[in-house]
Write a protein that binds this ligand. Structure first.
Ligand code: NCD
Length: 349
């Protein structure tokens, strides 16, 4: 693990060690209060955040380290037109790790090209969100003892929900996971993920009805319709409120169902569900802080990184996806995966 763009940066051995560290930290947080004394984290949030930014910041403070950064790019030199490259070269010189959230897909990978300390992807547009996946996996492991042989329902905006994209790719590496992908047809998973699920031989069902699937599920992962990713506001209006989990829908659910949500919620879980013992989303948010402590401890062990020399792109656009970071930072060199996908955003070239 040099950088963390997605969960696949970790071997399963590294994941198990991270989970062990998570367990120990959550049982004995005081033992770690000086573990990162003298270390600094940069927290670069080009997009709004509550849980992710606060949990990283409190994680760093609880480890005895410090942090700097912005939660509004307009208060930094980004507002003057500074490139991502320049911000990253500079901030990785100041910090032992950079936590970065950005509205463009592939931004974390782009940043890593110029980074002299590790980049942690805290969400890149509608693409990926691996530290939420670490949160989800540690919550599930803590509650169930292991992640294996489970029916997982993913419900909501599966097209734009980056937490779901990272979670699918991660759960694919655990045995016996069967996926129930519940979304309106227009908001189903991106085609690169469907290709991935096919190639990995995963068991999955796609449908638009929550009620029909709920009785089969061991885990129900609710997500909000991602308003900020819609170019047409009418499209958002058409889909908002499409799924609402309430006590009446839970009548047919298993008694040991685990209900998760990355949060923030809008209206997709009725607050009446909060008091049901199956609702674990606030516990999940707390687990997020402990697993981020474990991640910061491990990732900062690497010390200063030496980035490779990166050629400047002078050939024009490299990817057709209008939300790809390469459509905004023109100097980025083309990078293709498996002859078919953009290596930054995963969309077909
Ligand atoms: C998620 C995100 O930012 O993608 N939030 C989070 O990090 N907990 C989910 C969301 O915004 O819907």
């Amino acid at each position: 693990m040099r950088h963390l763009f997605d969960f696949d940066a970790l071997t399963m051995e590294e994941w198990k060690n991270l989970y062990k560290l998570f367990s120990d930290i959550s049982e004995r947080p005081g033992d770690y209060c000086d573990a990162l004394r003298g270390k600094t984290m940069a927290s670069l949030f080009y997009e709004p955040s509550t849980r992710t930014s606060f949990s990283f910041q409190s994680a760093m403070l609880r480890l005895g380290g410090g942090f700097f950064g912005f939660s509004d790019p307009n208060s930094s030199s980004v507002a003057k037109g500074e490139s991502l490259k320049d911000t990253i070269v500079m901030c990785t010189g100041y910090a032992d790790a950079v936590v970065m959230r950005h509205p463009r897909e592939g931004a974390a990978m782009a940043a890593s090209l110029y980074a002299s300390s590790p980049i942690i992807n805290a969400g890149d547009g509608g693409h990926l969100h691996p530290t939420q996946t670490l949160t989800d996996l540690s919550t599930l492991t803590m509650l169930r003892g292991e992640v294996a042989n489970i029916n997982v329902g993913l419900c909501g905006d599966l097209k734009n929900g980056r937490t779901v994209h990272s979670l699918i790719r991660a759960l694919a590496r655990f045995p016996g996971v069967c996926f129930y992908l519940i979304s309106p047809r227009d908001l189903s998973i991106p085609s690169y993920l469907r290709d991935f699920m096919h190639e990995a031989g995963l068991r999955y069902y796609e449908s638009s009805g929550l009620e029909a699937a709920i009785g089969q599920l061991d885990v129900l992962y609710m997500t909000r319709i991602q308003r900020e990713r819609f170019t047409d506001p009418h499209e958002y209006e058409r889909h908002k409120g499409v799924y609402v989990l309430n006590m009446s829908k839970l009548k047919n659910a298993k008694s040991d169902l685990v209900i998760l949500h990355p949060l923030p919620r809008v209206d997709e879980i009725d607050p009446e569900v909060d008091d049901d013992p199956r609702a674990k989303y606030f516990l999940q948010a707390k687990c997020g802080m402990y697993i981020r402590m474990a991640l910061l401890l491990e990732i900062t062990k690497q010390g200063t990184l030496v980035p490779d020399t990166v050629p400047i792109n002078r050939s024009g656009r490299v990817c057709k996806n209008p939300n790809c970071i390469t459509a905004y930072e023109f100097y980025l060199p083309p990078a293709v995966k498996n002859d078919k996908y953009c290596a930054y955003c995963d969309k077909e070239i």
